[in-house]
Design a protein around this ligand. Structure first.
Ligand code: PGA
Length: 251
């Protein structure tokens, strides 16, 4: 299984010029790398500017919940899975804690987005993770179980292989307070157990699970070699071309 390194640019950078510069630096420096799958998730408006690296979107809309694909519709401001697929986008981040928090994205909406993306052939990167408060009150397992079970409701065994799960403890995102190796390892095991309960052992063992939360070039290697993750979701550090390239080269 190739290690998956996903850059989540969030709402950055502020100009097309900067976005192109960042993308080109990463593209040039990662040419010829075979053992790592690098995916760049820029804001929607930059997606069509890029080629030469795999692309992911940071969000998507759903048109219906009933497994019927509508190509377009009256949904002001939204972007459909088909539009992304048509641009050559392969992945889509769904359920990021910032979307849950600022856009009030619920587990039900996340589930719709996942099902619709799968139907179109996009690979969802489902983000899950507990807050500081939930961690301190011993609710991590419960939170992960609810988030994953709800998000994957109605997702068939045959579709599950196209899902990536990103374990992103909310308290570790953008704080510099990255999750320890031991804690990450135990969370990854919990997630595999939840998937095993939902599907089966084989799917649990082969589902790509990645970690995100204050990843940088110094901690990258320990996550990949010591925690059982299959890759990383990188926010802040992916905005600095040198640092992001360092992350990839440290593997
Ligand atoms: P961070 O963000 O690397 O800046 O902590 C990760 C994420 O939110 O995906």
């Amino acid at each position: 299984m190739k290690t998956l390194i996903v850059a989540n640019w969030k709402m950055n950078p502020s100009t097309k010029k900067e976005a192109k510069k960042l993308f080109d630096s990463v593209r040039k420096s990662t040419k010829g790398i075979k053992n790592i799958e690098v995916v760049i998730c820029p804001p929607f408006v930059y997606l069509s500017l890029f080629s030469g690296l795999k692309l992911g979107a940071q969000n998507v809309f759903y048109l219906s919940a009933d497994r019927q694909v509508k190509k377009s519709g009256a949904f002001t401001g939204e972007v459909s899975p088909l539009m992304l697929k048509d641009l050559g986008v392969e992945y889509v981040i769904i359920g990021h804690s910032e979307s849950r928090k600022y856009l009030n994205e619920t587990d039900e909406v996340i589930n719709k987005k996942i099902k619709e993306s799968l139907l179109i052939g996009l690979k969802p990167i489902l983000c899950v993770g507990e807050t500081d408060e939930e961690k301190n009150s011993g609710k991590k397992l419960e939170v992960l179980e609810v988030q994953i079970t709800q998000a994957l409701k109605g997702v068939m065994k045959s579709e599950a292989k196209n899902i990536v799960i990103a374990y992103e403890p909310v308290w570790a995102i953008g704080t510099g307070n990255n999750c320890s190796v031991d804690e990450t390892m135990s969370s990854i095991l919990l997630i595999r157990k939840i998937i095993s309960k939902l599907y089966n052992r084989e799917i649990a063992d082969t589902t790509k699970i990645i970690y995100g939360g204050s990843v940088d070039s110094k901690n990258t290697n320990s996550y990949i070699t010591q925690t059982g993750v299959n890759g990383l979701l990188v926010g802040g550090a992916s905005l600095n071309a040198e640092e992001f390239i360092e992350i990839i080269k440290s593997l």
